[in-house]
Every structure is written in C-alpha cells, then in structure tokens.
Design a protein around this ligand. Structure first.
Ligand code: TRP
Length: 330
C-alpha cells in the first residue's frame, strides 16, 4: 500500500527556537518516516510583506540549515523552495479563477494582515489562500500538518479542491485534511513568566544560541519567593520552570526538584536554573554543531534544494498535465 502524501509549508521567519522545535519540528521528524512527505519553504508567500532580496535569500538558507540540523532528511523527505517550482503558479492562476472576492476578504488572516499593513493591502495578500491551496493540490497531497492559525486557510483549500472537482465533474483533487500539530506538540513556556515561547513575545531560546546566551536567558527567568507550605500547587511562573524540566531534563532530575518544591525547601531556584542551563545546552549542542557543519559547507544546501525541486517538479508536472487536460487545454 502506498503511503499517504503529506506536504508541509514552512514560513522562512528567522531562526528556530525551542518552541518551534517541540511544536512542529519534532512532529515533522516523526512524519518523514511514516508518510510520503515533502517540505517546502514558502518564499513566495513571504513576498506579501515586501522583504528585501537579500533578506529572502538569507532567510531561506537559514531555515533550511536549521531544519537539516534538526534531522529533516532530504533523502526520504524532499525539501524545496516554493519559488523553484513554477508549476505551482499555473495552478494558482486556475484556482484564482474560481476564488471569490467575498470569501477571500472574509479570511481572518487577510483581515489581520490588512490591518497590520494598511498601506500595502496587495492582491497577493488577498490570494494567500489560493497560493497555499496550489502548494498542496499541486501534489494532490491528502494531509497537511498545520497549527491552529491555519485552519481557515485549510478550509479554503478544501473548498477550492471541491469546487474544481464539481466544476469539471471529476474526482481529481483530494480534499486535504489538517494534520493537527497541536495534539503532539509540547507547548514550551516562556521564561519571562508568559505561557508561551514565541518570537513576538521576545522570550525565545534559539537552537543556535551558544551556552553563554542560554545561561543568560535562563538565569533571568522569573521566579517567586519559594514554596510557602508543603505540597502546594505551583504558581504559573514556577510551573513554567518545571515544564521546561519535563521537556529537557531526565525524569530523575524532575523528581529531584519536584520533591524540593513539595518539601517546601527554600532557595533552590538557583540550582534548578543551573540544571536547566546544563540540560538545554546538552539538548541543543548537537543541533548547533550540525548547524556549524552545514555553514562550513554551504554547497550542501544547493544540492538539497536542487534535488528537492526536481522531485517536486516531477510530481507537479504530472498533476498539471492532468489539470490542463481537464480544463480543456491541450
Ligand atoms: N501559511 C503557512 C504558515 O503561515 C505556510 C504555508 C504556505 C503552508 N503554504 C503552505 C503550510 C502549504 C502548509 C501547506 O505557516
């Protein structure tokens, strides 16, 4: 039996942090072994905010470097740049012919971006969902790993698949299902007391942070005055530290500090933070090492992108030939 086709788009938005790792990247690593997976870097989509050319180039290479360092294996799961697969654009055009202005304008992602950049409400922004649909439908993929924020875009994608099928009376495009990342994701807290590590929160520990930087960030973590009675519930800021221990430390370490809390011991936060620094560094060290290896031999990135584009274009051409035939072109 052939495996289900999974396609995942990656926004090239700078460096990966621990929140990204435990949110999406780890699931990708599992998926690439279980499914017929392809990953791509959505560099066309990034044009909706008009970045500078040098920024696009750098951000694609940065994100690719880090995904490879995390263990995405292009031998089993091709990874390509969206802009290397021009077939996507032809499908984007066809889909746009059946995408209605009203639907597109109602998308919350569109409304949000329009609010954020009122001087640049461009057609690319409006048709973001049709380009995203083309990304996936071009491979006739059936599953798409996405976060909660992409659910509406996924609904649009299914609508376009359905509409195409109905319009031409065919069963050509499958309706791609969301592959919810949030089920498997571990939500990494911020160490500034906030519940979530995120770029916009400015509280990230990046995979490429060196041990000194990690130490500085962890030692600054928000705490309180310590437990006041045995076995009391942990306040949020302290729970955040323990969630971190759960993620990067051993169960023994977790228990060691959990006992301290429950026994109402005092002044152990310094020790806990030191332990966290050590365990985060141990976790990120091999990734950082591989980032450095790739940076030392950047030709590897070109090879990966070239092979990825070839695989993607082959799959895309097959779909597009049939689409043209269905629509009535030669
Ligand atoms: N919109 C996605 C995001 O913001 C990125 C993306 C573009 C994507 N095309 C896609 C994701 C196709 C999955 C499939 O994260």
């Amino acid at each position: 039996m052939s495996k289900e086709k999974v396609i995942s788009g990656i926004r090239p938005t700078g460096n990966l942090h621990l929140g990204n790792y435990f949110g999406a990247v780890r699931s990708f690593l599992e998926m690439q072994n279980e499914y017929d997976c392809m990953f791509f870097i959505a560099d066309w989509h990034s044009l909706t905010t008009n970045p500078r050319p040098e920024d696009i180039k750098r951000s694609v290479r940065t994100i690719l470097t880090e995904y490879l360092a995390c263990g995405i294996n292009p031998e089993i799961a091709p990874i390509y740049a969206q802009s290397d697969v021009p077939e996507v654009l032809e499908l984007y055009l066809y889909l746009n012919m059946n995408a209605y202005l009203g639907d597109l304008e109602r998308c919350t992602t569109f409304k949000e971006k329009a609010r954020k950049q009122p001087d640049n409400v461009n057609a690319g922004l409006l048709t973001y969902p049709t380009l995203m649909a083309a990304d996936v439908l071009i491979h006739r993929a059936t599953k798409v790993p996405v976060g909660k924020d992409q659910e509406q875009n996924m609904e649009m994608m299914r609508r376009y698949a359905r509409r195409f099928n109905q319009m031409y009376n065919v069963e050509f495009f499958p309706e791609p299902a969301n592959f919810s990342l949030s089920e498997k994701a571990i939500k990494v807290p911020g160490l500034d007391g906030s519940g979530k590590m995120g770029k916009s929160e400015g509280n990230c520990i990046y995979l490429m942070d060196d041990p000194k930087t990690i130490k500085k960030k962890v030692m600054k973590a928000v705490t309180d005055n310590g437990p006041t009675e045995p076995n009391s519930p942990k306040p949020d800021v302290i729970q955040n530290l323990y969630t971190f221990l759960e993620i990067v430390s051993t169960p023994e370490t977790y228990k060691y500090f959990d006992d301290k809390w429950n026994n109402c011991e005092q002044q152990f936060y310094g020790e806990l933070k030191k332990q966290l620094v050590e365990d985060i560094v141990r976790f990120t060290d091999p990734i950082r090492e591989r980032i450095r290896e790739i940076e030392a031999a950047p030709e590897r990135l070109d090879r990966v992108l070239k092979a990825g584009a070839e695989a993607a274009r082959e799959s895309a051409r097959t779909t597009l030939a049939e689409v043209r035939h269905i629509i009535g072109f030669k």
